[in-house]
Every structure is written in C-alpha cells, then in structure tokens.
Design a protein around this ligand. Structure first.
Ligand code: PLP
Length: 397
C-alpha cells in the first residue's frame, strides 16, 4: 500500500507500486554505487533490439514519421499482426480487431477497463503478474485470487477455477507462459479451463506476451483458436517487448472480438492516443523481415535455454530449495519455504548480505517462493547462485 495522503483519490491511495520494478531499481542503485550486485530481478531480456528493427525505426524517424498515427496503429502494422496470427496459429482476425498500444501493460489495462464495471469480479490465478490486481482495482472491480502453487505445477485446474466463480465473475485472466513461474499450460489443460469459463459466460484475457519464449519443444496454444465460441470471449494481449527485446519501445498489441476491439480503441483514443509512430515502423520490420527476426530470436532462445537448465540444476543442489523446470518465459520460481522466512525478509537479507537481487514470491501472491529471472549473463547467474547457496547454508545453521 502506498503512503499517499488522504487528500488524494481512492485510486491513488489504493494502488501498490510495482514491487518488481522497485527491487530492480534498488539493485541498480546498489550497482551504481559500486557494489558488485548479481541481479535476478529484471523482467526484460538482457539483449539489445535486433539491428534491422532499429534501422527501420531510424529510417522512419529520418523520413518524418513523427506525427500522430491512427489511434489503433498504422495500417500496415495492424495488417502484419493479423497475418502473423493466421500464419502462426491459423487464427483468422481482421486488421480492425487489432489494436497497437503503448505496451502490453496498457493493453491489459484497457482490456480490463473495456470489460469490467465496479463490483465485477475477476479471477486471477496466483502466482500472478504484479500488475493484474492493481489494474482490476483501478477499474473498480474485485480481484479473486486462486493459488495454484508448485503442487499443480503453478497451473490452475478446472475444479479450482469452478470454485472461484460467483455470479459476479466477469473475467478470467490467464498468462501462459507465465510471469513469474515460467509455467506453460498444455492445449488440453487450457481447453478444460476455457470450457469452464464459457459455461459461466466469462471473458478471458489471455496474456500471451511470452508466446515465443518456449523450451523443450513445447507448443504454444491460444484459447482464441479453440472454437468460434472461445474466440468470441477471448482477448489476446501480446506485444514486442519480450520476444524482440523491445521493452523500452513501449509497443503492445490487443486482438479482440470486434465490439471489444472498438471499445479498447475508444478508451485508447481518450487516454494515450497512438503508440509512438516511428516505433511502429520498427515493429513492422520485426514482423516483415522474418528471417532476420527468426535468427535474432533463435540466438536469444539458445542463451535463455542454456541459462534455464544451468540455474535449475544449481538451485536444486542447494539444500532446502526445490525448483521446478519451467518451460517458458525467462523465470524460475524456486520454493524456499523450508527456511521458515517470509519471502520478503529472505530477499531483503539476500540483497543486503550477499548482493543478490531476487523478487519475493509474496509480491506475486505466493508466499514461500522467489522469482529469479535468468535474462542475465551466464557469469552473473553462476556467481549469483553460488552466493545464494552460501546465504542458504548460513540460514540452515
Ligand atoms: C512484460 C509483461 C507484459 C507487458 O510488457 P510491456 O513491456 O508493457 O509490453 C505483460 N504481461 C506480462 C505477464 C509481462 O511479463
């Protein structure tokens, strides 16, 4: 909870600042002060944006693409995104159903605003991405958390979902691959969840921002591809940040059934207007120059996969820690409950004593865990996990 004065609105007083950004900022401040910090807190790829994407943006900027663009995005980009969904998943969407926004985060927020009225309930599986509950509250709606811990592989079961639904439930938020756990639902698991959601007439916000960051040959599936009924209730949020190492560009996408796409575009027209015009030309190159983009993505995935396996193996060597091998995104979510410390205290002491930055599980609605991002160098991962082992050994005494 923030320390805002009572004269501020209920929105300002009720919002919690992002704990992931806070831990990362603290780690970066320590590093700037000369400390040798091993940062596992960042929620972004450690790679730079591929050159061809930067070049296309630079050319657009030089060419005067500096004016307002249509609110939902430049036409060629909306068309390229629609083509991508058809090519990748066989999903037919019209460019008019595609909204380009200033970031996937904003796409999530506008989707929630388009669907939820005050008092509506939103089912959010925990561990959850830190922004969902706050966005739901900013719409006056009520988050209903369902904890799916490591006993179900951090995946919600249909029975758990069913039990969380009330007559007020309007929306289910799904995020596969998941931030913070890296868990990926199989198609069959998702189909079973969507069947429950459809039976209760819920909308589904499917946050697919990590759709291309998958390992071990697992396939991605989107609920929107399951049936016409599912497509009519599913809003896909994705974006360029994670797949193309473009976090600073602020470019997200929403693909929604026509009435919702229209509502999201209208909300965007009165809040942010279009995403940065010349940045959209960079995104267009990411989708159009397929071979270069695929090569850059393959390089990142090779590095992520190597680090994922290494970090997972090292974590499980530490007495007291157990960690599942996640198949997506760039996070692992080890269980530290055996140490009997609150995850926030564990992380504060870990940073103070060993200069290792990790985000406490409680920030994601799951006490007894840590989120470690392996979107950092192999050297830092090796050094950081060694320090973590030392820290844990000290706790065991
Ligand atoms: C990073 C992230 C987003 C969106 O990021 P943007 O940079 O705003 O596009 C959305 N959902 C999850 C779960 C994320 O981790």
């Amino acid at each position: 909870m923030s320390q805002a004065p009572a004269s501020l609105s209920i929105w300002a007083r009720n919002i919690s600042p992002s704990p992931t950004l806070a831990v990362d900022a603290k780690a970066k401040a320590l590093a700037a002060a000369g400390e040798d910090v091993c940062g596992f807190a960042a929620g972004e790829p450690d790679f730079d944006t591929p050159e061809h994407i930067k070049a296309a943006c630079a050319a657009a900027l030089a060419g005067g693409k500096t004016k307002y663009a249509p609110t939902p995005g430049i036409e060629p980009l909306r068309a390229a995104i629609a083509e991508k969904y058809l090519a990748d998943y066989g999903l037919k969407v019209a460019p008019s159903q595609v909204i380009v926004s200033p970031g996937g985060k904003f796409s999530c927020y506008l989707t929630i605003l388009a669907i939820c009225s005050p008092g509506d309930e939103v089912v959010i599986p925990a561990p959850y991405w830190v922004s969902y509950p706050e966005m739901v509250k900013l719409a006056g709606a009520v988050p209903r958390f369902v904890l799916a811990d490591d006993r179900t592989g951090f995946r919600l079961t249909p029975a758990m979902l069913e039990a969380a639904i009330t007559p007020k439930t309007k929306l289910l938020i799904l995020n596969s691959p998941s931030n913070p756990t890296g868990a990926v639902y199989s198609r069959a698991e998702l189909e079973a969840l969507i069947a429950v959601a459809l039976r209760h007439n819920l909308y589904v916000l499917s946050d697919e921002i990590y759709e291309h960051l998958l390992y071990d040959g697992v396939a991605f599936s989107s609920p929107a591809t399951f049936s016409a009924e599912a497509a009519a209730r599913t809003i896909i949020v994705s974006g360029f940040s994670k797949t193309y190492a473009m976090t600073g560009w602020r470019l997200g996408t929403t693909v929604a059934p026509a009435p919702i796409a229209k509502a999201v575009a209208e909300l965007q027209s009165q809040t942010s207007s279009n995403a940065t015009t010349f940045a959209q030309y960079g995104a267009l190159a990411a989708l159009k120059e397929k071979e270069k983009t695929a090569a850059a993505l393959a390089t990142m995935l090779t590095a992520f996969d190597r680090r994922r396996k290494f970090l997972h193996a090292e974590l499980n060597k530490i007495p007291g820690i157990t960690c599942q091998l996640a198949q997506g995104a760039f996070y692992l979510f080890p269980n530290i409950s055996s140490f009997g410390l609150k995850s926030e205290d564990f992380c504060t002491r870990l940073l103070d004593e060993q200069k290792v930055a990790a985000v406490h599980g409680s920030a994601f609605g799951a006490e007894g865990y840590l989120r470690l991002s392996y979107a950092t160098s192999d050297t830092i991962i090796a050094k950081g996990v060694e320090r973590l082992a030392k820290f844990c050994a000290g706790l065991k005494k």
